[in-house]
Each structure stands twice: as C-alpha cells, then as structure tokens.
Design a protein. Structure first.
Length: 94
C-alpha cells in the first residue's frame, strides 16, 4: 500500500481489516424541534450588496444550510426564490 499522497490507493482496500457493525441513524428532523435555535445569520450577517441585481433559486431553503444561504443571498441584494418540501413548512415559516 502506498504511503504518500500522490500514489493512488483503492479506498475499498485501504482499511479492509477493520471490523464494522451495523448502525442506524434517525432521519432528518425539523429545526423547529431544536431546543436552541440554529444561527442562520438572521441577526449576525450583514450584506454588502455583492449580489444586487442577481436572481437566485435556493432549494432546501426551509432550514439549515439552505436557509442560511437564502438569508445571505437576500442580504447581499439578490432576488431570492425559495423551494422546500411540504413537510418542512413549519421550518420554512420561521
């Protein structure tokens, strides 16, 4: 197995001797259910007009990174259209 960053190593063989166990992770939840609200930049981000006159379509804009991007683009002066799934309506309205 190569020991430098320039020689290709097959990632499926690199750690083949490690035993793994089955794990489960719950699906994504709503930001509305968080005990502490995430900082999406509503109060902290100040735009400088770098996107004035531009248009943006933000998918997944109901929460998380999508919401933070939508806020940042709008603060930068872009006309923003939002898209999200119906089951995420509660997050999108906040």
């Amino acid at each position: 197995m190569p020991n430098d960053q320039y020689t290709f190593a097959d990632p499926t063989q690199q750690y083949s001797d490690i035993e793994t166990t089955a794990q489960s992770q719950p699906g994504a939840g709503l930001d509305a259910n968080l005990k502490q609200n995430a900082d999406l930049g509503e109060e902290s981000y100040r735009g400088t007009g770098r996107l004035t006159g531009r248009k943006a379509l933000i998918t997944g804009a109901d929460s998380g990174i999508g919401a933070a991007v939508a806020i940042a683009f709008a603060r930068e002066g872009a006309d923003v259209a939002l898209s999200y799934l119906p089951e995420e309506e509660e997050d999108a309205q906040k």
